[in-house]
Design a protein around this ligand. Structure first.
Ligand SMILES: *Cc1c(COP(=O)(O)O)cnc(C)c1O
Length: 435
Protein backbone atom coordinates (compact mmCIF):
# COMPACT_ATOMS: atom_id res chain seq x y z
CA UNK A 1 0.00 0.00 0.00
CA UNK A 2 3.03 2.28 0.05
CA UNK A 3 2.59 5.31 -2.17
CA UNK A 4 -1.21 5.27 -2.09
CA UNK A 5 -2.19 8.76 -0.91
CA UNK A 6 -4.63 9.26 1.93
CA UNK A 7 -8.21 10.28 1.10
CA UNK A 8 -8.18 13.32 3.37
CA UNK A 9 -5.02 14.65 1.80
CA UNK A 10 -6.53 14.34 -1.68
CA UNK A 11 -9.78 16.01 -0.61
CA UNK A 12 -7.84 18.96 0.75
CA UNK A 13 -5.73 19.34 -2.39
CA UNK A 14 -6.91 22.50 -4.10
CA UNK A 15 -6.72 20.88 -7.54
CA UNK A 16 -9.53 18.60 -6.32
CA UNK A 17 -11.29 20.88 -3.85
CA UNK A 18 -12.04 23.40 -6.61
CA UNK A 19 -14.72 21.03 -7.94
CA UNK A 20 -16.66 21.17 -4.70
CA UNK A 21 -19.11 23.92 -5.70
CA UNK A 22 -20.06 22.21 -8.93
CA UNK A 23 -20.16 18.63 -7.76
CA UNK A 24 -20.47 18.54 -3.97
CA UNK A 25 -18.24 16.76 -1.47
CA UNK A 26 -19.91 13.35 -1.67
CA UNK A 27 -19.39 12.90 -5.37
CA UNK A 28 -15.80 14.06 -5.06
CA UNK A 29 -15.20 11.55 -2.30
CA UNK A 30 -16.65 8.76 -4.39
CA UNK A 31 -14.44 9.74 -7.31
CA UNK A 32 -11.38 9.76 -5.06
CA UNK A 33 -12.24 6.31 -3.72
CA UNK A 34 -12.78 4.99 -7.21
CA UNK A 35 -9.41 6.25 -8.39
CA UNK A 36 -7.68 4.93 -5.27
CA UNK A 37 -9.24 1.48 -5.82
CA UNK A 38 -7.82 1.49 -9.31
CA UNK A 39 -4.44 2.68 -8.02
CA UNK A 40 -4.37 -0.17 -5.50
CA UNK A 41 -5.21 -2.70 -8.19
CA UNK A 42 -2.57 -1.44 -10.58
CA UNK A 43 0.20 -1.00 -8.05
CA UNK A 44 1.94 2.10 -6.84
CA UNK A 45 1.13 5.47 -8.27
CA UNK A 46 2.63 8.81 -7.48
CA UNK A 47 0.58 11.38 -5.61
CA UNK A 48 0.42 13.69 -8.63
CA UNK A 49 -0.71 10.84 -10.90
CA UNK A 50 -3.57 10.11 -8.53
CA UNK A 51 -4.55 13.79 -8.35
CA UNK A 52 -4.52 13.99 -12.15
CA UNK A 53 -6.65 10.84 -12.42
CA UNK A 54 -9.17 12.21 -9.89
CA UNK A 55 -9.30 15.53 -11.75
CA UNK A 56 -9.99 13.67 -15.03
CA UNK A 57 -12.79 11.75 -13.34
CA UNK A 58 -14.25 14.98 -11.92
CA UNK A 59 -13.91 16.75 -15.27
CA UNK A 60 -16.04 14.00 -16.76
CA UNK A 61 -18.69 14.51 -14.07
CA UNK A 62 -18.52 18.29 -14.39
CA UNK A 63 -19.24 18.03 -18.12
CA UNK A 64 -22.64 16.63 -17.22
CA UNK A 65 -23.65 19.67 -15.17
CA UNK A 66 -25.40 22.62 -16.84
CA UNK A 67 -22.66 25.08 -17.76
CA UNK A 68 -21.77 27.76 -20.28
CA UNK A 69 -20.10 26.64 -23.52
CA UNK A 70 -18.57 28.39 -26.50
CA UNK A 71 -20.66 27.91 -29.61
CA UNK A 72 -18.10 27.73 -32.41
CA UNK A 73 -20.46 25.95 -34.80
CA UNK A 74 -21.57 29.06 -36.69
CA UNK A 75 -25.22 28.20 -36.06
CA UNK A 76 -26.66 31.23 -34.31
CA UNK A 77 -29.82 29.71 -32.87
CA UNK A 78 -28.62 26.26 -31.88
CA UNK A 79 -31.30 24.31 -30.04
CA UNK A 80 -28.77 21.94 -28.44
CA UNK A 81 -26.79 24.90 -27.12
CA UNK A 82 -29.68 26.79 -25.55
CA UNK A 83 -30.89 28.72 -28.60
CA UNK A 84 -30.77 32.54 -28.43
CA UNK A 85 -28.29 34.07 -25.96
CA UNK A 86 -30.01 36.76 -23.90
CA UNK A 87 -29.48 40.51 -24.03
CA UNK A 88 -27.79 42.11 -21.04
CA UNK A 89 -31.01 44.00 -20.35
CA UNK A 90 -32.90 40.70 -20.16
CA UNK A 91 -30.37 39.25 -17.72
CA UNK A 92 -30.53 42.37 -15.56
CA UNK A 93 -34.31 42.20 -15.54
CA UNK A 94 -34.24 38.58 -14.39
CA UNK A 95 -32.02 39.59 -11.49
CA UNK A 96 -34.13 42.57 -10.56
CA UNK A 97 -37.47 40.80 -10.35
CA UNK A 98 -36.15 37.57 -8.85
CA UNK A 99 -33.69 38.77 -6.24
CA UNK A 100 -36.52 40.12 -4.14
CA UNK A 101 -40.28 40.26 -4.56
CA UNK A 102 -42.14 41.55 -7.60
CA UNK A 103 -45.66 42.49 -8.64
CA UNK A 104 -45.93 39.21 -10.55
CA UNK A 105 -49.58 38.69 -9.57
CA UNK A 106 -50.29 41.94 -7.80
CA UNK A 107 -52.09 45.01 -9.08
CA UNK A 108 -50.10 47.96 -7.73
CA UNK A 109 -52.77 50.50 -8.61
CA UNK A 110 -55.62 48.79 -6.82
CA UNK A 111 -53.58 47.07 -4.15
CA UNK A 112 -55.04 43.66 -4.81
CA UNK A 113 -54.41 40.41 -6.62
CA UNK A 114 -53.47 40.98 -10.24
CA UNK A 115 -52.60 38.72 -13.15
CA UNK A 116 -49.21 37.55 -14.29
CA UNK A 117 -50.61 37.62 -17.78
CA UNK A 118 -51.02 41.36 -17.90
CA UNK A 119 -47.37 42.46 -17.83
CA UNK A 120 -46.11 41.44 -21.25
CA UNK A 121 -49.43 41.34 -23.12
CA UNK A 122 -49.47 45.10 -23.68
CA UNK A 123 -46.04 45.44 -25.23
CA UNK A 124 -46.59 42.31 -27.34
CA UNK A 125 -49.82 43.72 -28.71
CA UNK A 126 -48.14 47.05 -29.35
CA UNK A 127 -45.23 45.54 -31.30
CA UNK A 128 -47.16 42.93 -33.27
CA UNK A 129 -50.29 44.96 -33.93
CA UNK A 130 -52.41 42.20 -32.39
CA UNK A 131 -55.47 42.85 -30.24
CA UNK A 132 -54.04 40.81 -27.37
CA UNK A 133 -51.34 38.25 -26.60
CA UNK A 134 -50.51 35.47 -24.21
CA UNK A 135 -47.25 33.87 -23.09
CA UNK A 136 -46.77 30.17 -22.31
CA UNK A 137 -43.80 27.86 -21.86
CA UNK A 138 -42.80 27.33 -25.48
CA UNK A 139 -44.27 27.42 -28.96
CA UNK A 140 -45.24 23.75 -28.78
CA UNK A 141 -47.35 24.59 -25.72
CA UNK A 142 -48.84 27.57 -27.55
CA UNK A 143 -49.95 25.36 -30.45
CA UNK A 144 -51.30 22.74 -28.06
CA UNK A 145 -53.26 25.37 -26.11
CA UNK A 146 -54.80 26.79 -29.30
CA UNK A 147 -55.81 23.35 -30.58
CA UNK A 148 -57.14 22.25 -27.20
CA UNK A 149 -59.21 25.41 -26.86
CA UNK A 150 -60.72 25.54 -30.32
CA UNK A 151 -60.44 22.18 -31.99
CA UNK A 152 -60.95 19.41 -29.43
CA UNK A 153 -63.21 16.77 -31.00
CA UNK A 154 -63.38 18.80 -34.20
CA UNK A 155 -61.42 19.11 -37.43
CA UNK A 156 -58.37 21.13 -38.39
CA UNK A 157 -57.49 21.53 -42.05
CA UNK A 158 -53.77 21.62 -42.93
CA UNK A 159 -51.92 21.51 -46.24
CA UNK A 160 -50.07 18.19 -46.64
CA UNK A 161 -46.76 19.97 -47.28
CA UNK A 162 -46.98 21.62 -43.86
CA UNK A 163 -47.38 18.46 -41.78
CA UNK A 164 -43.96 19.10 -40.38
CA UNK A 165 -41.65 17.68 -37.77
CA UNK A 166 -39.50 20.39 -36.20
CA UNK A 167 -37.24 18.04 -34.27
CA UNK A 168 -37.28 17.23 -30.60
CA UNK A 169 -40.53 15.33 -31.12
CA UNK A 170 -42.68 18.23 -32.28
CA UNK A 171 -44.79 16.90 -35.13
CA UNK A 172 -47.87 18.79 -36.24
CA UNK A 173 -49.97 15.63 -36.80
CA UNK A 174 -49.06 14.26 -33.37
CA UNK A 175 -49.72 17.54 -31.54
CA UNK A 176 -53.09 17.62 -33.29
CA UNK A 177 -53.86 14.07 -32.21
CA UNK A 178 -52.80 14.86 -28.64
CA UNK A 179 -55.17 17.80 -28.46
CA UNK A 180 -58.07 15.62 -29.51
CA UNK A 181 -58.47 17.37 -32.85
CA UNK A 182 -58.89 15.48 -36.10
CA UNK A 183 -56.45 16.28 -38.86
CA UNK A 184 -57.82 16.85 -42.34
CA UNK A 185 -54.95 16.90 -44.85
CA UNK A 186 -55.46 18.68 -48.12
CA UNK A 187 -53.45 19.15 -51.31
CA UNK A 188 -50.37 17.16 -52.18
CA UNK A 189 -46.88 17.22 -50.72
CA UNK A 190 -45.78 19.98 -53.10
CA UNK A 191 -48.96 21.81 -53.98
CA UNK A 192 -51.98 23.08 -52.12
CA UNK A 193 -54.64 25.57 -53.21
CA UNK A 194 -57.25 27.48 -51.33
CA UNK A 195 -59.86 25.41 -53.23
CA UNK A 196 -58.48 22.31 -51.49
CA UNK A 197 -59.21 23.91 -48.15
CA UNK A 198 -62.65 25.00 -49.26
CA UNK A 199 -63.63 21.51 -50.44
CA UNK A 200 -62.53 20.06 -47.10
CA UNK A 201 -64.69 22.40 -45.01
CA UNK A 202 -67.43 20.73 -43.02
CA UNK A 203 -69.66 21.62 -40.07
CA UNK A 204 -66.98 19.98 -37.90
CA UNK A 205 -64.20 22.31 -39.11
CA UNK A 206 -62.75 24.28 -36.20
CA UNK A 207 -59.62 25.83 -37.69
CA UNK A 208 -57.63 26.40 -40.84
CA UNK A 209 -54.00 25.91 -39.87
CA UNK A 210 -50.90 27.19 -41.58
CA UNK A 211 -47.51 26.01 -40.29
CA UNK A 212 -44.11 27.42 -41.12
CA UNK A 213 -42.05 24.64 -42.70
CA UNK A 214 -39.09 25.73 -40.53
CA UNK A 215 -36.15 23.45 -41.29
CA UNK A 216 -37.07 22.38 -44.77
CA UNK A 217 -38.24 23.80 -48.07
CA UNK A 218 -40.25 22.47 -50.96
CA UNK A 219 -38.79 23.96 -54.10
CA UNK A 220 -39.54 23.67 -57.78
CA UNK A 221 -43.08 22.66 -58.78
CA UNK A 222 -44.65 23.92 -55.58
CA UNK A 223 -47.65 26.00 -54.57
CA UNK A 224 -48.58 27.26 -51.15
CA UNK A 225 -51.76 28.92 -49.95
CA UNK A 226 -50.92 32.39 -48.67
CA UNK A 227 -52.04 33.57 -45.27
CA UNK A 228 -54.17 36.19 -46.93
CA UNK A 229 -56.00 33.65 -49.12
CA UNK A 230 -56.68 31.49 -46.10
CA UNK A 231 -57.96 34.48 -44.13
CA UNK A 232 -60.26 35.40 -47.02
CA UNK A 233 -61.69 31.87 -47.03
CA UNK A 234 -62.00 31.96 -43.25
CA UNK A 235 -63.93 35.24 -43.38
CA UNK A 236 -66.29 33.94 -46.03
CA UNK A 237 -67.01 30.74 -44.13
CA UNK A 238 -66.69 31.88 -40.54
CA UNK A 239 -63.69 29.68 -39.70
CA UNK A 240 -60.73 30.91 -37.65
CA UNK A 241 -57.27 30.86 -39.23
CA UNK A 242 -54.27 29.98 -37.08
CA UNK A 243 -50.66 30.33 -38.18
CA UNK A 244 -47.78 28.61 -36.42
CA UNK A 245 -44.83 30.81 -37.40
CA UNK A 246 -42.29 28.99 -35.22
CA UNK A 247 -39.27 31.27 -35.32
CA UNK A 248 -41.34 34.41 -35.11
CA UNK A 249 -39.44 37.27 -36.65
CA UNK A 250 -40.48 40.68 -35.33
CA UNK A 251 -38.26 42.53 -37.79
CA UNK A 252 -37.66 42.11 -41.49
CA UNK A 253 -34.53 40.02 -42.01
CA UNK A 254 -33.93 41.95 -45.23
CA UNK A 255 -32.46 44.58 -42.87
CA UNK A 256 -29.59 42.14 -42.42
CA UNK A 257 -29.27 41.30 -46.13
CA UNK A 258 -31.12 38.06 -45.58
CA UNK A 259 -34.10 36.65 -47.41
CA UNK A 260 -37.35 38.01 -46.11
CA UNK A 261 -38.97 35.86 -43.40
CA UNK A 262 -42.67 36.34 -42.81
CA UNK A 263 -42.99 38.47 -39.70
CA UNK A 264 -45.54 38.22 -36.93
CA UNK A 265 -46.77 41.69 -37.86
CA UNK A 266 -47.43 40.57 -41.43
CA UNK A 267 -49.45 37.57 -40.31
CA UNK A 268 -51.50 39.78 -37.96
CA UNK A 269 -51.98 42.39 -40.69
CA UNK A 270 -53.17 39.65 -43.05
CA UNK A 271 -55.95 39.03 -40.56
CA UNK A 272 -54.76 35.70 -39.18
CA UNK A 273 -56.80 35.06 -36.02
CA UNK A 274 -54.02 33.63 -33.87
CA UNK A 275 -50.28 33.51 -34.52
CA UNK A 276 -47.95 31.30 -32.47
CA UNK A 277 -44.17 31.73 -32.21
CA UNK A 278 -41.18 31.04 -29.97
CA UNK A 279 -39.47 33.47 -27.62
CA UNK A 280 -35.98 32.00 -27.97
CA UNK A 281 -35.57 31.71 -31.71
CA UNK A 282 -35.36 34.78 -33.94
CA UNK A 283 -36.99 36.93 -31.31
CA UNK A 284 -33.79 36.51 -29.31
CA UNK A 285 -35.34 36.17 -25.87
CA UNK A 286 -36.01 33.48 -23.27
CA UNK A 287 -37.72 30.16 -23.92
CA UNK A 288 -41.39 30.99 -24.28
CA UNK A 289 -44.31 30.45 -26.58
CA UNK A 290 -46.35 33.44 -27.63
CA UNK A 291 -49.87 33.54 -29.01
CA UNK A 292 -50.86 36.88 -30.50
CA UNK A 293 -54.12 37.64 -32.23
CA UNK A 294 -57.67 38.85 -32.01
CA UNK A 295 -58.69 39.82 -28.48
CA UNK A 296 -61.82 37.64 -28.40
CA UNK A 297 -59.83 34.55 -29.42
CA UNK A 298 -57.04 35.23 -26.91
CA UNK A 299 -59.74 35.66 -24.24
CA UNK A 300 -60.90 32.11 -24.93
CA UNK A 301 -57.35 30.84 -24.51
CA UNK A 302 -57.13 32.63 -21.18
CA UNK A 303 -60.13 30.76 -19.83
CA UNK A 304 -58.70 27.33 -20.70
CA UNK A 305 -57.71 25.55 -17.44
CA UNK A 306 -54.76 24.00 -19.29
CA UNK A 307 -53.15 27.43 -19.20
CA UNK A 308 -52.35 26.93 -15.51
CA UNK A 309 -50.07 24.04 -16.44
CA UNK A 310 -48.37 25.94 -19.26
CA UNK A 311 -47.73 29.21 -17.49
CA UNK A 312 -44.33 30.86 -17.35
CA UNK A 313 -42.41 32.08 -14.33
CA UNK A 314 -41.29 35.58 -13.39
CA UNK A 315 -37.81 35.10 -14.84
CA UNK A 316 -39.20 34.32 -18.27
CA UNK A 317 -41.61 37.24 -18.14
CA UNK A 318 -38.89 39.62 -16.99
CA UNK A 319 -36.49 38.54 -19.73
CA UNK A 320 -39.17 38.63 -22.41
CA UNK A 321 -40.38 42.07 -21.35
CA UNK A 322 -36.86 43.50 -21.38
CA UNK A 323 -36.14 41.93 -24.79
CA UNK A 324 -39.35 43.34 -26.24
CA UNK A 325 -38.46 46.78 -24.92
CA UNK A 326 -35.33 46.63 -27.08
CA UNK A 327 -37.58 46.21 -30.12
CA UNK A 328 -39.80 49.06 -29.04
CA UNK A 329 -36.99 51.53 -28.56
CA UNK A 330 -35.26 50.39 -31.75
CA UNK A 331 -32.06 49.14 -30.09
CA UNK A 332 -32.50 45.44 -30.93
CA UNK A 333 -29.66 45.53 -33.50
CA UNK A 334 -27.11 46.31 -30.85
CA UNK A 335 -28.85 44.91 -27.81
CA UNK A 336 -29.99 41.45 -28.86
CA UNK A 337 -27.07 39.04 -29.36
CA UNK A 338 -28.67 37.22 -32.32
CA UNK A 339 -28.86 40.49 -34.27
CA UNK A 340 -25.41 41.52 -33.15
CA UNK A 341 -24.04 38.27 -34.58
CA UNK A 342 -26.07 38.78 -37.76
CA UNK A 343 -24.75 42.28 -38.31
CA UNK A 344 -21.07 41.52 -37.70
CA UNK A 345 -19.17 42.15 -40.92
CA UNK A 346 -16.82 39.62 -42.50
CA UNK A 347 -14.03 42.23 -42.15
CA UNK A 348 -14.51 42.29 -38.40
CA UNK A 349 -14.36 38.51 -38.30
CA UNK A 350 -11.17 38.51 -40.38
CA UNK A 351 -9.54 40.94 -37.98
CA UNK A 352 -10.41 38.72 -35.05
CA UNK A 353 -9.09 35.68 -36.94
CA UNK A 354 -5.65 37.32 -37.13
CA UNK A 355 -5.37 37.30 -33.36
CA UNK A 356 -6.22 33.60 -33.38
CA UNK A 357 -3.56 32.86 -35.98
CA UNK A 358 -0.94 34.62 -33.90
CA UNK A 359 -1.87 32.52 -30.88
CA UNK A 360 -2.41 29.11 -32.50
CA UNK A 361 0.62 27.94 -34.49
CA UNK A 362 -1.11 25.45 -36.81
CA UNK A 363 -4.20 27.51 -37.54
CA UNK A 364 -5.33 29.10 -40.78
CA UNK A 365 -8.27 31.40 -41.46
CA UNK A 366 -10.84 30.07 -43.92
CA UNK A 367 -14.14 31.20 -45.38
CA UNK A 368 -17.04 29.58 -43.66
CA UNK A 369 -20.81 29.35 -43.88
CA UNK A 370 -22.76 30.25 -40.79
CA UNK A 371 -26.51 29.67 -40.47
CA UNK A 372 -29.30 31.31 -38.51
CA UNK A 373 -30.77 28.02 -37.29
CA UNK A 374 -33.98 27.69 -35.33
CA UNK A 375 -35.97 27.02 -38.50
CA UNK A 376 -35.42 30.45 -40.05
CA UNK A 377 -34.04 30.70 -43.59
CA UNK A 378 -32.47 27.21 -43.40
CA UNK A 379 -30.98 27.42 -46.89
CA UNK A 380 -29.34 30.81 -46.39
CA UNK A 381 -25.59 30.76 -45.82
CA UNK A 382 -24.18 33.68 -43.86
CA UNK A 383 -20.68 34.48 -45.06
CA UNK A 384 -18.37 33.93 -42.12
CA UNK A 385 -14.78 33.31 -41.12
CA UNK A 386 -13.50 30.26 -39.28
CA UNK A 387 -10.19 29.43 -37.72
CA UNK A 388 -9.19 26.01 -39.08
CA UNK A 389 -6.86 23.74 -37.18
CA UNK A 390 -5.70 20.61 -38.95
CA UNK A 391 -5.42 17.57 -36.77
CA UNK A 392 -4.46 13.96 -37.37
CA UNK A 393 -7.52 12.89 -35.50
CA UNK A 394 -10.03 15.75 -35.72
CA UNK A 395 -12.68 13.85 -33.74
CA UNK A 396 -10.34 13.41 -30.80
CA UNK A 397 -9.23 17.02 -31.04
CA UNK A 398 -12.84 18.25 -31.06
CA UNK A 399 -13.56 16.02 -28.07
CA UNK A 400 -10.70 17.63 -26.15
CA UNK A 401 -12.06 21.07 -26.94
CA UNK A 402 -15.43 19.95 -25.56
CA UNK A 403 -13.81 18.92 -22.31
CA UNK A 404 -12.06 22.28 -21.81
CA UNK A 405 -12.88 24.29 -18.69
CA UNK A 406 -15.09 26.40 -20.89
CA UNK A 407 -16.17 23.72 -23.36
CA UNK A 408 -15.85 24.66 -27.03
CA UNK A 409 -18.22 23.12 -29.55
CA UNK A 410 -16.47 23.13 -32.92
CA UNK A 411 -17.31 21.87 -36.39
CA UNK A 412 -15.29 19.24 -38.23
CA UNK A 413 -14.68 19.49 -41.94
CA UNK A 414 -12.47 16.89 -43.55
CA UNK A 415 -9.28 16.79 -41.47
CA UNK A 416 -9.80 20.13 -39.86
CA UNK A 417 -11.50 21.42 -36.79
CA UNK A 418 -13.26 24.71 -37.56
CA UNK A 419 -14.04 27.44 -35.09
CA UNK A 420 -16.59 29.75 -36.67
CA UNK A 421 -16.01 33.22 -35.27
CA UNK A 422 -19.51 34.53 -35.98
CA UNK A 423 -21.00 32.72 -32.98
CA UNK A 424 -18.03 33.17 -30.62
CA UNK A 425 -18.49 36.28 -28.45
CA UNK A 426 -15.48 38.57 -29.13
CA UNK A 427 -15.00 38.91 -25.37
CA UNK A 428 -14.26 35.16 -25.21
CA UNK A 429 -11.63 35.08 -27.96
CA UNK A 430 -8.84 35.05 -25.38
CA UNK A 431 -10.27 32.06 -23.53
CA UNK A 432 -10.78 30.16 -26.77
CA UNK A 433 -7.21 30.64 -27.98
CA UNK A 434 -5.94 29.71 -24.53
CA UNK A 435 -7.96 26.48 -24.58
C1 LIG B 1 -39.64 25.65 -33.39
C2 LIG B 1 -41.04 25.51 -33.81
C3 LIG B 1 -42.03 25.08 -32.92
C4 LIG B 1 -41.70 24.69 -31.51
O1 LIG B 1 -41.25 25.77 -30.78
P1 LIG B 1 -40.69 25.58 -29.29
O2 LIG B 1 -40.60 26.97 -28.78
O3 LIG B 1 -39.39 24.88 -29.43
O4 LIG B 1 -41.69 24.76 -28.57
C5 LIG B 1 -43.32 24.98 -33.36
N1 LIG B 1 -43.64 25.29 -34.63
C6 LIG B 1 -42.73 25.72 -35.53
C7 LIG B 1 -43.17 26.04 -36.92
C8 LIG B 1 -41.39 25.84 -35.14
O5 LIG B 1 -40.46 26.26 -36.03
Amino acid sequence: MRGIPAVHRLLADERIAEYETALGRDRIKRAVELVLDRARASGDRSYDDVVAAVARELDGLALQTLRPVINATGILIHTNLGRAPLAREALDAIGEVSREYSNLEYDLERGERGSRRSHVAGILAEITGAGDALVVNNCAAAVLLVLDTFAKGREVIVARGQLIEIGGGFRIPEVLARSGARLVEVGTTNRAYVEDFERALSPRTALLLRAHPSNYRIEGFAHDVTGRDLVELGRRTGVTVVEDLGSGALVDLAEFDLPHERTVQEAIADGVGLVTFSGDKLLGGPQAGIVAGRANLVARLRSNPLLRALRVDRMTLAALQATLQLYRDGSYRKGIPVFRMLSTTVEELRRRAEAYLRAIPRATAVESDAYIGGGAAPEKRLPSVAVAISAENPDAFAARLRSARLPIIARIEENRVLLDLRTIPPAEDGKVTEA
